[in-house]
Ligand binder design. Structure first.
Ligand SMILES: [Zn+2]
Ligand SMILES: [Zn+2]
Length: 256
């Protein structure tokens, strides 16, 4: 796979995930919320430029380099492609869980991550709401994990596609039928589980850190069950209206 194919597949998956998440919000809404588009769309655009300039296809370059140099666990084994793909999705999701948990535990990381939580509404566009500082800080962790794992570029792409779909759908203002949500929630992070993570105040905010699989929270003791019938007050205390400028300046202030 070359860099152009990697970028094209990633961008197409993003487009499809956006369409699917917004279709589900339309078809089966939870609270018929309107997203904070001016902030979330603005941050997404800014991140596309900033991260694109700093390291647009770094994940591809790093994976390709590790394969050529024979570096990392998967490059030291003779795992078939499907196993490399599955391991990359599972292990990179674990790294994402650990990073997210650290963002809630370490003050300087929370300063940036609180921007994601500052959305007073909870819709698919919340999945695009990240401070550029958080994304830049996460870059060495994510790239280091790709090298350590020795994940081939195709496996990194498989992870990024799965991550993109999970991220946009779990932030959706979506109600799944309670039975299927509970069953699905045993394996995957559902909108109700992640909505609980966006609780305005209270211990539930420091639970449900997963993005693709809910198993990490269940095994590591940070799981709070939830389903579509739960009404969750989302956002950050004392912040009901946030402009794009406020969101960018938020890391200078520490909030509960
Ligand atoms: Zn969080
Ligand atoms: Zn979130």
């Amino acid at each position: 796979m070359d860099e152009g194919t990697f970028q094209l597949c990633r961008a197409s998956a993003f487009g499809l995930a956006v369409v699917l998440a917004f279709a589900l919000q339309r078809l089966t809404p939870h609270a018929r919320l309107r997203g904070s588009w001016s902030v979330n769309g603005g941050l997404w655009l800014l991140n596309a430029v900033v991260v694109g300039l700093v390291c647009g296809a770094c994940a591809f370059s790093v994976a390709d380099w590790a394969t050529r140099e024979h570096i990392g666990i998967l490059n030291w084994t003779t795992a078939p492609t499907w196993m490399a793909m599955a391991s990359a999705i599972v292990m990179l999701d674990l790294v994402s869980y650990a990073w997210h948990r650290a963002n809630h535990r370490i003050g300087v990381l929370w300063r940036f991550h609180q921007v994601h939580h500052s959305d007073p509404t909870f819709t698919a566009s919340t999945g695009l709401r990240f401070h550029p500082g958080e994304l830049l800080l996460s870059l060495p962790i994510r790239l280091g994990a790709v090298i350590l794992l020795g994940a081939p570029a195709a496996a990194v792409l498989a992870f990024e596609v799965a991550f993109t779909f999970a991220n946009l759908i779990e932030h959706g203002d979506i109600d799944l039928p309670q039975r299927s949500e509970r069953m699905l929630g045993r394996v995957f992070v559902t909108p109700a589980l992640h909505r609980r993570h966006h609780t305005r105040l209270g211990p539930a905010r420091d639970t449900n850190f997963g993005t693709i699989f809910s198993g990490w929270d269940q095994v590591l003791g940070t799981f709070t069950p939830s389903d579509s019938s739960a009404a969750v007050d989302t956002g950050l205390p004392g912040l009901s209206r946030v402009t794009l400028g406020d969101a960018l300046a938020l890391p200078m202030h520490i909030r509960q």
